[in-house]
Structures are given as C-alpha cells and as structure tokens.
Ligand binder design. Structure first.
Ligand code: FES
Length: 128
C-alpha cells in the first residue's frame, strides 16, 4: 500500500481521528497536556507490556499519539476517552488502554502497536 499523508491541522486537542492504511484502522489522537502527563507519570515496570510513553511518540511531538485501532485481544475497535485511564476501552471483553495506548487491564496481551510514520512537517504525518 502507498503511504498515507494526514494533515493534522484540523484535529483539535482532545480529538481522535480514524484513518486507514493498508486496510488497517489507525487512530490519530491529539493528546491534551493532561493526557500526556498521565501517560508519562506511570511506573513503566508495573505495566503488562512495559514501554515508556517516550518510546511510543516522536520526540518533540508528544501531543500526537498514532496507534493501530484494533484491540490486541481479538481485534474489536476500542472506544476513545473511556475506561479507567481515559485512553480507550474495548467493549468486547473489557480491555483497558491508557492515553499512550498501553494495555492497563482486561485480556489484551500487548499495547496498541505503533504503525510506521514520520513527521513531514509539524502539521503533517506520512504513514507508511
Ligand atoms: Fe478487545 Fe477482547 S477484543 S477485549
């Protein structure tokens, strides 16, 4: 599949936009300062799939979280801004993800994966 360009300008703070790349759903989340802080203020060693938030965003662009949009349990689409950590909540079997897309509860074995992407400018990413 060809790379997909996404203009970030219209995505408001606090908003999650869905795009498709290679037939896969991807969430682009414009995180608030509070959501970034929550993602960073975590004891990484306590996580099921231990990853610091800094390893899941691009340096200098911490407000943008880009993750695959299917639950790592059985593939349902989790609901944004829901669940205990206000990241995502999967309605199928109750997996909970934080504002970094890391699994924090329920049966999902791993974090929502990060697709390959780069920043073409401060307001444009290229997925793929
Ligand atoms: Fe999400 Fe099972 S598919 S918890």
């Amino acid at each position: 599949g060809a790379p997909v360009e996404v203009d970030l300008t219209p995505i408001a703070e606090g908003q999650i936009v869905k795009v498709f790349w290679r037939g896969k759903l991807i969430f682009i989340r414009h995180r608030t300062a509070e959501e970034i802080k929550a993602a960073e203020d975590v004891n990484v060693a306590s996580l099921r799939d231990p990853q610091p938030d800094s390893a899941r965003v691009k340096e200098g662009h911490a407000q943008w979280l880009i993750v695959y949009g299917n639950c790592t349990h059985l593939g349902c689409v989790p609901l944004g801004q829901q669940g205990e950590y206000h990241g995502w909540f999967c309605p199928c079997h109750g997996s909970i993800f934080d504002t970094s897309g890391r699994v924090r509860g329920g049966p999902a074995p791993i974090n929502l994966p990060i697709p390959p992407y780069t920043f073409a400018s401060d307001t444009k990413i290229v997925i793929g």
